[in-house]
Design a protein around this ligand. Sequence first.
Ligand code: ZN
Length: 302
Amino acid sequence: MNPGVVKRLTTSVLRKAGSLTRQYRMGRKVILCFHSVKPMANHSHLHPDAFGGILRWLTIHTDVMSVESLLDADRTDNPRPAVALTFDDGHKDNLTHALPIARDHGVTFSVYVTVGLLERDPRAQVRFTSLLRQKTKDFEALSWDDAGSLIEHGCEIGSHTWDHPMLSHLSDDGIEFQLGESREILLRRLGLEHVGMCYPYGKFGRNVDARVVRATERLGYRYGLCVEHRGVAPNDDRFALPRFIVNSGSLEVLERQISGSEDYHGAISRHMPGFLARKLSPTDFLEPPDAPAPLSALSSAP
Ligand SMILES: [Zn+2]
């Protein structure tokens, strides 16, 4: 049989299995990952209208709450899914575009900032924009004042490292710098003692490993967020939590993510042998060749 047909049939069966169990699945918890909300849509930006549509749907069908509330809440007997909204990187439009829409819907979100960008480290800016394949001038990061405004409106700020490395590529010292220095600066600039960590790229076993996860716990972070397309399971490690990336305004896709019928993606990704993952998704293991190397030592900090 044609491989495309096999794939479509398998996907259809797995989705059906997810739908059948959906109605029995109490206590569902889902963390969603966004990046940027602005009218000029591209692969990682959502149009404000799409973001508004998503929030409208979520507030009707789910209970939207902070990451920590979601982790700590006992939802065992609750048929309404608990959902947390997170934003990666620290784009200025999280304040200018996403926040007003969130306020209209009575929800807040968490933003994990690439701390070197807010510190206006030029090397971090060049590195980050080359990761995005954008010109430096086309990207605008939040300022510390912006981050303060988000906090005033009930949003949470956490760390997305200093300059967005693939953490699993770094030495132990490099991991310590990226996690420790960013946490230190969040405390100094915003007075935040208890913050969450969101790992750049975020795929456990590919960009994040056990050294990273345990360093996050040891350095006093509250939790760690990965990217793995499935809901949060009761036995998940608090420092390696799964999230769904939302990169389209499709409510059909969103509904599948919330219901659980897409969870098989995350399970496959987590359990796929390394050699196969490298063959199927080689870019998951590679830093872009033209990006400046991430900082990896306290002595080289600007
Ligand atoms: Zn990122």
